[in-house]
Structure formats: structure tokens, C-alpha cells
Design a protein around this ligand. Sequence first.
Ligand code: SF4
Length: 182
Amino acid sequence: MHFTGTVYRNPYWPTWPLLEITQGCTHNKCKFCTMYKDVPFRMSPMEWIEEDLKELSESDPNARTIQILSANPLVLTYDKLAPIFEMVHRYLPKMEYIYLAGRVSDLKNKTVEELKKLKELGMKEISLGVESGDDWTLNMINKGYHAEDILEQCHKLEEAGIDYWMTFLKALPESLTVVSTL
Ligand code: SF4
């Protein structure tokens, strides 16, 4: 299996199998986060992804869930994600849930129709590292989007019928306590 840099597994989803399709974070500027400072963002080569799926099809052929890494694979466009999801189903035919995490801004490059198609391919639930709904706080931590963006993008998810949940910071920026990684 290919794993690069820090591997964060969302503890609220089944923590195996995992499949890395991206490395690093496209934003990498949140003031409280050092997880991917040394890992430039890139999409994994399709050959790596296929090699890993072959391995998983031998070790875990009946897998019904898979957690996609890392750190914000949701940023990939529909045209990049759909072939990967189709490949997941080819190697793991019982797959039901393809779990992804990402940033609110990762949804901007997808239409509602594209989100619906991704849902049909298994992306029924995503996790968003929102951190706060307050613009002052979002600016302070350099999150790169605002409350209005959260509302706009989450409405798209609702229209597409994709479940989502959010993680938030639980302290003010002066004494940040991190409860989220995205
Ligand atoms: S908190 Fe998330 S979006 Fe911000 S730099 Fe870290 S991984 Fe990237």
C-alpha cells in the first residue's frame, strides 16, 4: 500500500480499508495545523491507486466501506474522482460507502448533478473540517473561506442528498485546541 507523510484516519468511520488518492493539503495555511507542512499536494498516480486496490481485493475482497486519504481528496474534480470510484467498485464489488473528508471550498468545483453522480458511486457521506461558522475566527485561523461559503456549499450537498458532518475547533485562536484535522 502507498501511504505518504501523516496518515489521518477519521475515527468515526471504519478505519480500514484505507486508500490514498492524494497527498498533502491544497490549502496548507491554517494557522493551527502542521500536519502536511512537508508534503506538497498532489494526486496519486492512477497506477498506485490500482496497485493498492488490487492488494485490497486480495486481503479484503468483501469490503463494504473504504476511507479515502489524504488530507482533502474531496478537492479532486468529478472527472478525477468518478474514475477512481469506478475502479474501487471493480476491485471491491460489494462496496457501499466511499468516505471522503475535505474542505468546504473543495465542493466549489462540483455541480449538484456531479455530486449526485458521486453519491451513486458511493460517496454517501463526507466530513468537512469547518472549524467555525464565525468569519472573524475563520480569518484569524486563515481558513480560506467564510460562513457564506459554508452555507452555499452545504446547500449543494443537501440538494444532492449527501450526508455530511462537520468538525469544529473548541477554543479561541489564542489558545487553540485542535479537534479537527481538516
Ligand atoms: S486544517 Fe485541514 S485545510 Fe487546514 S492546513 Fe490542515 S489539513 Fe489543510
